[in-house]
Design a protein around this ligand. Structure first.
Ligand code: SF4
Length: 366
C-alpha cells in the first residue's frame, strides 16, 4: 500500500498517526516511532524494539528513513570536526559539518544542493542550483550529526544548529521552516529555537517573513561589503536587494523581534579587507543602527576555493579590520576556523565530488 509520507524524517507526528491508522495500528504506536527517531536517534526500524516485529518489518519494507544516502565522512581537527557527504536521488551531493568542542557541539546543515546565488567566493555558488532539499533531507542531516556526536562523546548533546551549509535557506523557505519546526518539536528532538541560526545572503522577503515567525531562531546576514558597487561584484543578489533595502528589512526585523542580528563578513585579501572599507562599514552600521547591542559583526577568514582568483586575508589584515570597526563602536569578533584540512568551507567537498565519482572522492589532508 502506498504510504502518505515521503520518508519517516519528512513525517510530522500527525502524519505518522495517519499512516499507522491506515495500517490498522493503535495511535500510540506513532508516538513510539517518533520517540525512537528523535529521542533514541534510531536509524533502523528493526532497532525500534518496543514495536511488534510485524510493525518493524512493515516500516522497513514500506517506508524509508530518508532519501539521502551517506557517502563519506571525513575527519579533521583530531576527529573533532567531521564532514559528511550525502548523495541525493538525482545524484547531487550535499554536505553537513559537525564541530565538537569540549563543552558544546555545532552542526552546520545544508538546505539546497548547490545554490543559485552565485557569490564569487563560494564553492557552492559555482555549482548552480541542483535541487531544493526536502524537509526530511534537512532533518536527516541533523540526526546524522546527533548520532555521530553520541559516538564521539555520549555525554554531549548538540548545542547549536546553524543553517549555513550549502544553499540559501530563504530560497527554500517552506521546507526549511518545516524542518525548524520538526527539530524544535518538544515531543521529538526538542531542540531549542534560540540555539538555531539561519544565515541568509540577504533575501529581503525572507527576513521580513522570519520576523513574523513565532519561533525565536537567530538570524545571520551575509554582508561582505559596505557599499553596493563592491557587494554587487561579490554577491549578485545585491543587484536585486541592495544594501539600503537589506538594512531597512534588518532594522524592521530588529525592532519587531528585539533579537540581535549577526552580520557575516568574509575577508578577501585586497578585495574587501582594506582599512578604508573597514571604516566605511563602521560608519554604515553606526549610522544605520542606533542600538549597537542588537547587532554584531562576525569576521570570517576565507577558506580558499581552488580555481578562484581570490586570496585569503592575512591575519594582520583581519585584526586591523577588526580594530577599525571597533573604533566605530561596532561589536565585532573573528570566527575561529575549523576543518580547513577537510575542505570545510561551504560546497568545497561537494564540488570535488562532482569533479570525480562520489565513490572515489579523494581529498588530501594537510
Ligand atoms: S555563500 Fe551561500 S548564498 Fe552565496 S553562493 Fe554560497 S551557498 Fe549560495
Amino acid at each position: 500500500m502506498t504510504t502518505p509520507i515521503a520518508t519517516l524524517y519528512d513525517a510530522t507526528l500527525p502524519d505518522l498517526e495517519a499512516l499507522l491508522a491506515e495500517w490498522g495500528q493503535p495511535r500510540y504506536r506513532a508516538r513510539q516511532i517518533y520517540r525512537q527517531l528523535y529521542v533514541n536517534l534510531v536509524d533502523d526500524p528493526q532497532h525500534m524494539t518496543d514495536l511488534p516485529r510485524a510493525l518493524r518489518d512493515r516500516l522497513s519494507s514500506d517506508t524509508a528513513l530518508t532519501s539521502i544516502a551517506l557517502v563519506q565522512v571525513q575527519q579533521g581537527d583530531q576527529g573533532m570536526t567531521r564532514k559528511a557527504l550525502f548523495r541525493l536521488p538525482n545524484d547531487a551531493v550535499v554536505e553537513t559539518v559537525l564541530m565538537v568542542y569540549a563543552d558544546r557541539a555545532t552542526v552546520c546543515v545544508s538546505t539546497q544542493a548547490g545554490c543559485a546565488m552565485g557569490c564569487v567566493f563560494c564553492a557552492t555558488g559555482t555549482l548552480g542550483l541542483l535541487r531544493n532539499l526536502s524537509t526530511g533531507d534537512i532533518v536527516a542531516q541533523t540526526m546524522w550529526a546527533a548520532r555521530e556526536l553520541r559516538g564521539i562523546n555520549p555525554d554531549l548533546h548538540l548545542t547549536n544548529l546553524v543553517f549555513m551549509g550549502m544553499g540559501e535557506p530563504f530560497a527554500n523557505y517552506n521546507r526549511w521552516w518545516a524542518a525548524v519546526e520538526r527539530l524544535h518539536d518538544p515531543q521529538g528532538f526538542d531542540f531549542g529555537a534560540r540555539r538555531m541560526t539561519v544565515s541568509t545572503v540577504g533575501l529581503v522577503p525572507g527576513i521580513r517573513r522570519l520576523a513574523d515567525e513565532d519561533l525565536p531562531i537567530n538570524l545571520a546576514i551575509s554582508l561582505h561589503a559596505p557599499n553596493d558597487t563592491l557587494r554587487s561584484e561579490l554577491m549578485p543578489v545585491n543587484n536585486r536587494y541592495p544594501l539600503a533595502d537589506l538594512l531597512d528589512a534588518t532594522r524592521e526585523y530588529i525592532s519587531k523581534t528585539r533579537r540581535r542580528v549577526s552580520f557575516e563578513y568574509v575577508l578577501l585579501q585586497g578585495r574587501n579587507d582594506t582599512p578604508e572599507l573597514a571604516h566605511e562599514l563602521g560608519r554604515l552600521l553606526r549610522d544605520e543602527h542606533a542600538e549597537p547591542l542588537l547587532y554584531h559583526v562576525n569576521l570570517i577568514p576565507w577558506n580558499p576555493v581552488p580555481g578562484t582568483p581570490l586570496d585569503r586575508s592575512s591575519r594582520n589584515r583581519v585584526l586591523a579590520f577588526q580594530r577599525a570597526l571597533q573604533e566605530h563602536g561596532v561589536p565585532c569578533t573573528v570566527r575561529v576556523e575549523r576543518g580547513v584540512e577537510i575542505a570545510a568551507a561551504c560546497g568545497q567537498l561537494a564540488g570535488q565530488a562532482r569533479q570525480s565519482q562520489p565513490s572515489s572522492i579523494n581529498v588530501e589532508f594537510v
